[in-house]
Design a protein around this ligand. Structure first.
Ligand code: NAI
Length: 249
């Protein structure tokens, strides 16, 4: 699989799964723009790492809840690279969780604004550019919780199920234009986000996994490289789920 001379934009790329995707893309030869909220130290270290790999790389600030910020991120990436071949919408947040009868609507809205609206903004503003070029690979980050929801995380599970449905819907809108739209539904992955649900909850879930451990971000990133490659041209609106065997079909 090669992404040589492809230009990728990874939104939510400074740490965790997004960071691993940036590095995997660069290993496959792509130029990488990544954008994130704050996290200047993480951005500086990732930018240095990517440049050492011999690809073009830029780091940008974005808040995916602000549509104009997403527009500006896409504009600046095009300004630096000329065009965008690959967009990854990876920014995501979760919460400590609460049953629906104790749900704080501010938390609910914050989760949907990042996890769902952020993905929609990215697709809305990159697709016209990709249509002009007749080529594109869009990969959204959903979650295996879209397929196997857990209690007390209704907002997160519902937001990710919505990402999966949105992916399949938009994939049909652009199918045949040279653009593919798919999503990755990671299982429990060893990042800061994993532990937000609490150690006891996470350890119990990990013990119940067939593989008995969390995935590493690099094990998730390989799915993005595949979907971004020319080998994946027949994947339309799919959910790929590296999840240690938790959900199988
Ligand atoms: P993380 O917390 O390490 O990374 C999330 C990234 O999103 C961070 O870089 C953060 O700054 C960025 N972000 C959050 N709000 C943002 C905003 N408003 N604008 C721009 N960037 C923003 O977590 P992780 O695990 O790397 O998560 C990456 C994606 O994978 C998320 O969409 C998450 O929901 C999803 N996921 C994670 C799983 C896990 O077990 N770690 C499992 C399934 C899905």
């Amino acid at each position: 699989m090669t992404l040589r001379s492809r230009n990728a934009l990874v939104i939510g790329g400074a740490v965790g799964i997004g960071r691993a995707v940036c590095i995997a893309f660069a290993q496959a030869g792509a130029n990488v723009a990544f954008a994130d909220l704050g996290k200047q130290d993480d951005k500086t270290s990732l930018l240095t790492e990517l440049k050492c790999m011999g690809v073009d790389a830029i780091a940008l600030d974005v808040d995916v809840t602000d549509e104009m910020s997403v527009v500006e991120t896409i504009r600046r990436t095009r300004e630096s690279f000329g065009h965008i071949d690959i967009l990854v919408n990876n920014a995501g947040v979760t919460s400590a969780g609460a049953p629906i009868h104790q749900q704080d609507w501010g938390v609910w809205s914050a989760i949907f604004d990042v996890n769902l609206k952020g993905v929609a903004y990215g697709m809305k503003h990159v697709i016209p550019h990709m249509l002009e070029r007749g080529y594109g690979r869009i990969i959204n980050t959903s979650s295996q919780l879209a397929h196997k929801p857990v209690a007390n995380h209704g907002a997160y599970c519902a937001s990710k199920a919505a990402v999966t449905a949105l992916t399949a819907s938009v994939a049909q809108e652009v199918a045949g234009s040279g653009i593919t739209v798919n999503c990755v539904c990671p299982g429990m992955t060893n990042t800061a986000m994993l532990w937000v649900g609490g150690t006891e909850f996470v350890n119990a879930k990990l013990a119940a996994l067939p593989i008995g451990r969390a995935g590493e971000p690099e094990e998730i990133a390989s799915a993005y490289v595949y979907l971004a490659s020319d080998l994946a041209g027949f994947f339309v609106g799919q959910s790929i789920s590296p999840n240690g065997g938790d959900v199988m079909w």
